[in-house]
Design a protein around this ligand. Structure first.
Ligand SMILES: [Zn+2]
Length: 113
């Protein structure tokens, strides 16, 4: 059985994903690249998924979309190596999280709506 991997988003992100059927990468201020995030964690693991809302008012887990084909995703620890993400940036992103449960994509990802 293939595990389900989701893209979580807030009330602002959901309508565009629902109408287009794809998750589109966004510029990430710390990483300096455009990417989108995915996880197989449930809502009960909000902190581990890195989807807390300490900096923004939105509920970043208000909506979720299942990825149609997880084969197109890149496991975050691998992507972080490929991008040569500085240790300090990784620490800021990953501290206390379950980064083995994170995936990213650098292009549009089809989701089930
Ligand atoms: Zn929002």
């Amino acid at each position: 059985m293939t595990r389900t991997i989701w893209h979580y988003t807030c009330d602002h992100g959901a309508p565009g994903i629902r109408s287009g059927g794809v998750v589109v990468p966004n510029h990430h201020p710390l990483l300096g690249v455009e990417l989108s995030w995915f996880t197989d964690l449930e809502r009960s693991h909000r902190h581990e998924a890195g989807l807390t809302s300490a900096r923004i008012a939105c509920d970043r887990m208000a909506h979720r979309f299942a990825v149609a084909d997880p084969a197109g995703l890149i496991w975050w620890p691998r992507a972080a190596r490929v991008l040569a993400v500085p240790r300090a940036v990784r620490d800021e992103l990953e501290e206390g999280r379950l980064l083995a449960h994170w995936w990213v994509a650098f292009g549009p990802v089809e989701v089930i709506t």
